[in-house]
Design a binder for this molecule. Sequence first.
Ligand SMILES: NC(=O)c1ccc[n+]([C@@H]2O[C@H](COP(=O)([O-])OP(=O)(O)OC[C@H]3O[C@@H](n4cnc5c(N)ncnc54)[C@H](OP(=O)(O)O)[C@@H]3O)[C@@H](O)[C@H]2O)c1
Length: 228
Amino acid sequence: MGEDQNTVAVVGGTGDQGFGLALRWAKAGRHVLIGSRVRSRAEDAAARVKSAVGVSAQVEGMENVEAVAHAPLVILSVPYEAQIATLKTLREVWRPGQILVDLTVPLETSVGGSPSRLLGVWAGSAAEQAAQHVPDSVAVVGAFHNVSAHSLQEIEHSVECDVIVCSDNADARGKLRPWVEAIPGCQYVDGGKLENARIVESLTALLIGMNRRYKVPGAGIRVTGLQP
Ligand SMILES: NC(=O)c1ccc[n+]([C@@H]2O[C@H](COP(=O)([O-])OP(=O)(O)OC[C@H]3O[C@@H](n4cnc5c(N)ncnc54)[C@H](OP(=O)(O)O)[C@@H]3O)[C@@H](O)[C@H]2O)c1
């Protein structure tokens, strides 16, 4: 298994959002390691990516721990209620210089409530909470919160949503740009510090409510006026 800057691990890549990202990046020629708690589920998801994108897609399924051990860039794509527990399973695997991208939205559904309401998070945001559960040598980025799984999985269509990228590590923010731009229709937007993830995460709850009111599957966001 080759590891290089073209490789991404998607923890929880068997689920809607992670699978959508895996599809998009495999289609763009990236090397995608789909992670799961159960190897067979990951292998099944990898097979589904190949059947959608083509047999030459560079995608493999494996346990979360193995995927994280073999990629410089790691996406955490599990429900909020599973975020800390999942990060604890990865505690021994991290290496200095890796980047963790957290896209968790702390929706009230985690405690049986509404998908259009956000929970208060002691750390400030789910992304800041993630940062408390990885070594300081791993840069934590919040991104891809506002892109719907539905849009990602419609691989014949462009996504039509901007991706606001937040991190205290400016270098890590910059490294996300090519991954965002590999997804047709996504504009990379520098969102500044990780604490801004609380604003970005909350927009998703708003978008979910809009999906219901407008009877659409994947409302997104556009930031205008960024071209000098
Ligand atoms: N769906 C969207 O449109 C969307 C949009 C923006 C952001 N997000 C965020 O993206 C994240 C993933 O969303 P999703 O819709 O893909 O979620 P999901 O399908 O419910 O779950 C994703 C994966 O997480 C793992 N998982 C589920 N429950 C778990 C548990 N209790 N403990 C450990 N692992 C568990 C499962 O993988 P295995 O069973 O294979 O281990 C599952 O396939 C969430 O934080 C969500 O807020 C989602």
